[in-house]
Design a protein around this ligand. Structure first.
Ligand SMILES: O=C(O)[C@H](O)[C@@H](O)[C@H](O)[C@H](O)COP(=O)(O)O
Length: 419
């Protein structure tokens, strides 16, 4: 592999991968670029009546032009690293005013939320980059939204309890994906029968991904006596896109399965239509949680023993190659959320980026959790889960009565023989 115009740069036999979101390019220094440095520690050398421009003119009296010309030469781009150190409140405000009025570009590195709030008020003129854990990531949103995100993160950390599984993880391996889909349908049918008889309702939670198509296996004559009218259908996670968008889990499930069975429309709980249309993930999560609580009050959804968390009869889940389940992704703090029933993410590694998701306590309170995973792409994550690598959200899956994994041979291919 050669790089254009860089014949001295050559790679052979290299296996390269580029992560989503990575920007690749070459950084070159413009020949006209001149870098100047003005340290605030020079403060003692400045005379009270002297501005930085005066100061520079004093050092370089040979500069051509008046003050204005010198100021113009000072540059169109400024890098300000913790500029407020040693400044009092009034001077910080003056700095903010100056930065606001500055016509060039500024990279401001600061811990001072007040200064950042002032300078990054206008989303059109500024953007937030978060420097954390050795990386810099672009934050999609305003600084106020970033502060709110931080508060949620801290709250989630505070609620973090040590993981303890309610039930032992079980598994069944099938020859093909089709066999997994059929077995999943049979499992669902049997539980529907059990709960409809026992309670007169069946609360079932679906997810997106391949599962949407596998549900079609329920449409065979064998399961014709399913009591569809008693079904109440929820989503463990949903993409916050308009309900008629091709990416909506609701739309996909409606098109492939729900439109084929007589489940009353009022028993199908999609996310709020307006929030979905506006891409308002936070609003969608709040309203979905309210909806769940309302159904708990109406005794349609049971509650889990003493904790009072909602308890669904069955959840059908899928896992991504990175080990995520629902919209709980590795390395994202939503997995630690213990206070809410439903939370949201606006930078999901799996697109689309805005999603809502049940939190781990809600997922694990379900009576039955069936995780169906097919394909070689997931084999590595499956092996990690069965080796109890709890960095993978799916490894934390449990249930009140049974947490069972249905795998095809390809997904199970990296499991050690002993497991
Ligand atoms: O909305 C979603 O994307 C899902 O609910 C997600 O959690 C899914 O279940 C897994 O990513 C598995 O997806 P696949 O079945 O496509 O591998």
């Amino acid at each position: 592999m050669v790089y254009p115009e860089r014949l001295d740069f050559k790679l052979s036999d290299a296996d390269l991968g580029i992560d989503m979101g990575t920007r690749v390019g070459e950084v070159r220094r413009s020949q006209t670029l001149r870098i100047g440095r003005y340290s605030q520690h020079f403060v003692n050398q400045l005379k009270m009546e002297e501005t930085p421009v005066h100061y520079l003119l004093r050092l370089h009296p040979d500069q051509e032009g008046d003050q204005k010309a010198v100021r113009a030469k000072l540059g169109k781009f400024g890098l300000q690293d913790e500029p407020k150190n040693h400044l009092d409140m009034q001077t910080i405000d003056a700095l903010a005013d100056a930065l606001d009025g500055f016509k060039g570009g500024v990279v401001l590195v600061s811990h001072d939320s007040r200064l950042i709030s002032r300078v990054c008020q206008d989303e059109e003129k500024s953007e937030i980059w978060v420097v954390k854990d050795g990386t810099v990531t672009f934050f999609q949103g305003t600084f106020e939204e970033y502060k709110e995100e931080l508060k949620r993160e801290i709250k989630a950390e505070n609620h973090m309890a040590s993981y303890s599984a309610n039930t032992k993880r079980e598994k069944k391996v099938f020859d093909t994906e089709d066999d997994v889909a059929k077995a999943m349908a049979e499992y669902t049918f049997n539980l529907s029968k059990k709960f409809c008889k026992k309670r007169g309702y069946f609360t079932i939670v679906l997810s997106g991904g391949d599962l949407v198509l596998w549900l079609k296996k329920l449409l065979v004559p064998e399961y014709a006596d399913t009591e569809w009218s008693k079904w109440h259908v929820f989503w463990v996670d949903e993409r916050v896109v308009p309900l008629d968008d091709k990416d909506s889990n609701y739309k996909q499930t409606l098109d492939s399965f729900l439109s084929e069975v007589p489940i009353p429309t009022s028993n199908i709980y999609a996310i709020d239509q307006n929030c979905a249309a506006l891409g308002d993930a936070k609003g969608a999560a709040i309203l979905y949680e309210e909806c769940i609580k309302r159904l708990v009050n109406q005794n349609i959804i049971r509650t889990y023993k003493s904790s009072g968390f909602p308890q669904f009869d069955l959840q059908l889940l899928g896992m991504g190659p990175d080990g995520h389940m629902a919209s709980l992704f590795p390395g994202h703090y939503q997995i630690k959320e213990k206070a809410s029933l439903v939370t949201y993410i606006t930078n999901s590694p799996k697109l689309p980026p805005k999603r809502i998701t049940f939190t781990l306590p809600v997922i694990n309170c379900a009576s039955y959790n069936l995780m169906a995973v097919c394909g070689e792409a997931q084999a590595d994550a499956v092996a990690k889960v069965f080796n109890d690598d709890f960095n993978l959200p799916s490894a934390r899956l449990s249930a009140d009565t049974q947490a069972i994994w249905y795998l095809d041979k390809a997904a199970a291919s990296e499991l050690p023989k002993c497991l």
